[in-house]
Design a protein around this ligand. Structure first.
Ligand SMILES: O=c1[nH]cnc2c1ncn2[C@@H]1O[C@H](COP(=O)(O)OP(=O)(O)O)[C@@H](O)[C@H]1O
Length: 249
């Protein structure tokens, strides 16, 4: 798969059928490469709030974060399916990255908007996922678009990125913004939360660096939410077609 080619969008259950790799070991505990790729699962969520009637278009606020590596992305991270569900793992990541105000944001399978499975051969060549990952995490980073890491053997490692969209109230969004400095990861993995500039500032924002396919996820979500930026704003990369409409509350 070359640059620009995206893996297909998978449903939650299709993506979960990709082994997390625990069964891919022989009796000596060594990885059995013939068993196929070992997949690590990562979950990220777009949190958005409707703005009051009469607000400038589009009438919602969307949160993203500036990461430790200078790239923009959505809150979330790797989930250990041996210990937690996708949604429980994502909630844990939100508490770490957004702080206590995120504890009240319940995430359910209905908020899942699609997943993509990336192998080493599908990796894009730009961006950086620079050296702070554990050896466990590196398996994923090798395979992730935008990782910037030297490619490993490619076919036996992979990352499944799950994308969620969750509507919150403007009050809940404000609480998260006010409480972000209390988050354990604030100033470490997360440098700060931002509201995506959706008006005239969007073209400039879209030229920033994004982790993985976060930029396409943002554009796909805007499309699902009924707002397609004018052509010249988002045309560098077509949005993911999430194949879904009307995100659940
Ligand atoms: O916003 C995002 N959208 C899509 N993929 C992302 C986003 N943020 C990180 N990733 C990818 O998900 C994987 C987990 O990265 P992350 O930095 O969130 O995990 P961690 O916080 O658990 O270390 C990495 O392969 C990374 O490239």
């Amino acid at each position: 798969m070359g640059d620009g080619e995206e893996p297909p969008l998978l449903s939650r259950s299709e993506a979960l059928s990709l082994s997390s790799g625990t069964g891919n070991r022989n009796r000596a505990g060594k990885r059995n490469k013939a068993a196929g790729p070992r997949w690590r699962h990562a979950c990220h969520v777009l949190l958005y709030a409707p703005l009051p009637t009469g607000s400038p278009q589009p009438p919602f606020a969307i949160l993203m974060q500036l990461r430790f590596d200078g790239l923009f992305g959505f809150p979330g991270g790797f989930v250990d399916l041996r210990k937690e569900s996708l949604e429980a793992g994502l909630s844990r990541e939100l508490r770490e990255e957004l702080g206590p105000a995120a504890a009240g944001i319940e995430l359910r399978p209905c908020h899942h908007r699609g997943a993509k499975a990336w192998t080493g051969s599908g990796r894009k060549k730009s961006g950086s996922d620079v050296g702070r990952l554990s050896s466990e995490d590196q398996v994923g980073a090798e395979a992730q678009p935008g990782s910037g890491r030297k490619e490993q053997s490619g076919s036996d490692v992979g990352v499944v990125t799950h994308f969620y969209i969750r509507r919150v109230s403007l009050e809940e969004l404000g609480e998260i913004e006010r409480g972000e400095k209390e988050a354990p990861e604030h100033g470490l993995e997360v440098q700060g939360l931002i509201r995506v500039p959706l008006g005239g500032g969007l073209p400039t924002f879209l030229q920033q660096g994004f982790i993985g396919d976060a930029r396409a996820q943002l554009l796909g979500a805007l499309h699902d939410m009924g707002w397609d930026p004018p052509q010249d704003m988002g045309s560098r990369n077509p949005p993911h077609d999430m194949g879904l409409s009307d995100p659940p509350p």
